[in-house]
Write a protein that binds this ligand. Structure first.
Ligand SMILES: *Cc1c(COP(=O)(O)O)cnc(C)c1O
Length: 357
């Protein structure tokens, strides 16, 4: 099987080997040391400020999205939410559930965010901004310069879900003045699902420490306090945190975050050039390196997904809902190579020869 989905993605050998080992007890100086290193490398790769912190949540990316909403916003806020697909919708739902006053900037699927969409909200008393920098469901990558400038001139607290973009696209938390960045273990970190990470700027840490959260598991004050000694309030997914450590160190050894972004960008570029001239249209206006969203011109996207899975042992990522027949996505994150791209493109060409694509 070759897995080109957008998560869980393929893990490298290092990470898989750890998956077969016994889980150690974790209230030890040794495990604390690993957690400190995880925090240090996550901060470094996110290009976060010196006084920023990282909290690791045992729970998928959505758990961290919810924890962030509960810990940094309140009824006194007025938040702008970009909604261009299912992950933008998720932030909107979370604001509804937690009674955070908000306005939704709704975008047509596949469309980029432009200055014109933001201008109506300039100087209108907003306090925060929520965005999924890569709306994975449609493959749109939003313009961080545009968002960052808007938030700066309006003094907005900027929360970025970079779950599928972290390590795949250039990102600089400090330069973009981002207060909170969220990511998950099963995307470009290429570990099993189950852990998500929240990178917090110093101002976000201060906000959390002054917030009264009605939750035990999601009160980030406790996580921050225990994190000072490399620990977590509750039993974390110890095995995944060990795998994450191996993966972060591997990225560091291979040249750090910029090299990893370049590697994924090369892989995306390679795939996109190999399918040139085939009956597919790129679905989104502005792409991340993590994913290529394609609209087949002559066939059902979902049928292509099924045929590749059943007849070739290749998994691409189907879309759900209204886009199911129109769009499929090819991921470039995880342990994939240019040779894997060729195998996928050959399978697509084979289907094309048979008149099925
Ligand atoms: C994968 C993803 C998530 C998290 O989804 P989970 O299933 O909870 O891990 C959130 N936002 C984006 C943009 C994603 O790509």
């Amino acid at each position: 099987m070759i897995n080109f989905t957008v998560g869980p993605v393929q893990s490298g050998e290092n990470v898989r080997e750890i998956g077969g080992m016994q889980i150690p007890y974790f209230r030890t100086p040794e495990f604390s040391g690993i957690m400190f290193e995880n925090e240090r490398l996550m901060k470094k790769f996110a290009k976060a400020g010196e006084n920023s912190r990282v909290v690791f949540i045992t729970g998928s990316g959505t758990a961290s999205m919810e924890a962030v909403i509960m810990n940094v916003f309140s009824r006194k806020d007025k938040v702008l939410v970009v909604n261009g697909g299912s992950f933008g919708k998720r932030f909107t739902s979370l604001c509804n559930i937690h009674d955070i006053p908000h306005t939704v900037i709704g975008l047509e699927e596949g469309k980029a965010l432009t200055e014109a969409e933001l201008i109506p909200y300039d100087q209108k008393g907003y306090t925060g901004f929520l965005v999924n920098v890569h709306e994975t469901s449609t493959g749109v990558h939003y313009d961080m310069d545009l968002i960052s400038n808007f938030c700066r001139r309006n003094g907005l607290f900027l929360v970025v879900d970079a779950i599928s973009s972290f390590l795949a696209d250039p990102f600089d938390m400090e330069a973009f003045n981002v207060s909170v960045m969220i990511t998950g273990s099963q995307k470009a970190l290429a570990c099993p699902p189950g852990v998500s990470a929240i990178v917090l700027s110093a101002d976000a840490v201060e906000r959390i420490n002054n917030q009264n959260v009605k939750s035990m598991y999601f009160d980030l004050k406790d996580a921050l306090k225990d994190g000072e000694r490399g620990q977590t309030p509750f039993t974390p997914a110890v095995g995944i945190l060990l795998q994450l450590n191996a993966r972060l160190r591997e990225i560091e050894d291979l040249g750090g975050v910029d090299s990893e972004v370049q590697r994924i960008s090369d892989l995306a570029e390679d795939f996109r050039s190999k399918i040139a001239g085939m009956p597919f249209e790129i679905f989104s206006e502005s792409m991340s390196n993590a994913v290529t969203p394609l609209h087949p011109l002559n066939a059902s996207a979902y049928d292509i997904f099924t045929m590749l899975k059943d007849e070739y042992g290749i998994w691409i990522c189907p879309n759900g809902g209204e886009l199911a027949q129109r769009v499929f996505r090819v991921g470039h994150i995880g342990a994939l190579t240019k040779k894997d791209n060729s195998i996928l493109v050959d399978a697509l060409k084979d289907l094309q020869r048979k008149g099925l694509v």
